[in-house]
Design a protein around this ligand. Structure first.
Ligand code: GLP
Length: 241
């Protein structure tokens, strides 16, 4: 595990964007595993700028997102599908048909999870970008999730619902209680993993992930066993290391 500590969110975003841009420059038809949340926003903004300036192209890139809320359609402004379009896909030259995200309104969640797991298996990712939850979750794999899990539907923890309430007008009751997430085993099958974390609220989770026991109690701790995993964290998120 390689840990890079940068001063602040702006530096973190620049370092993450350079990392992803280098992967795409090297392999223009790579599959990228992508994440949502505040952490990758700055990175995505820079990738949009690089693309607008003609520095990189996503024309042959495929993407696989980590997760989606159950019950939100892709055109719901709170859905991760909408987040990805607004913050990345609509502003780069990617073919929308090559962007994949679980369908949170599929008639059968079980069948949707199986479909997405097949897709993840068929599209080896050159890199998986990750944020980290305050409780150490990755994707929506909450503490207690088996470390070899595949795509599944989850009940979100109270911690996660509260942490994500800001995206729902500050109202925890508006946050969907279920989600579909890529499993931990599938996250680990990416060739490289890049985790980004910013701010003091993530310091304990980062410490548990990097220095703690490898345990389902902190899903991100499994990343210690990945052959090519990089953490880029700002000084506040690194404050307990
Ligand atoms: C959500 C997402 C995770 C993300 C986490 C942290 O729970 N499912 O993939 O890593 O939030 O989000 P943020 O980056 O906003 O702190």
């Amino acid at each position: 595990m390689k840990i890079t500590v940068v001063q602040n969110y702006a530096e973190l975003s620049a370092a993450a964007a350079e990392y992803i841009a280098a992967v795409v420059a090297d392999r223009p038809n790579a599959t990228l595993g992508l994440a949502t949340g505040n952490s990758p926003l700055g990175c995505y903004k820079l990738l949009c700028e690089y693309c607008a300036h003609g520095d990189i192209s996503f024309a042959h890139v495929t993407t696989l997102n980590l997760d989606e809320y159950v019950g939100l359609t892709a055109d719901n402004a709170d859905s991760y599908a909408y987040f990805m379009r607004k913050n990345l896909f609509d502003n780069i030259d990617i073919d929308p048909r090559n962007t994949h995200i679980p369908n949170g309104v599929a008639p059968s969640l079980q069948q949707e999870c199986a479909r997405y797991a097949r897709l993840v298996g068929a599209l080896p990712r050159a890199v998986q970008l990750l944020g980290i939850g305050v409780n150490g979750h990755i994707g929506f794999n909450e503490p207690g999730t088996p470390l070899n899990s595949v795509t599944h539907a989850v009940q979100l923890s109270y911690d996660t619902i509260c942490a994500n309430a800001a995206h729902f007008g500050g109202s925890a009751t508006r946050v969907p209680t279920r989600a579909i997430t890529m499993g931990i085993g599938e996250i680990m099958s990416a060739e490289r993993i890049l985790l980004i974390a910013s701010g003091g609220a993530k310091a304990q989770a980062v410490k548990d992930a990097v220095r703690g026991d490898i345990s389902p109690l902190c899903p991100a701790s499994v990343l210690q066993t990945h052959a090519d995993c990089t953490f880029i964290v700002d000084e506040q998120a690194a404050s307990l290391l």
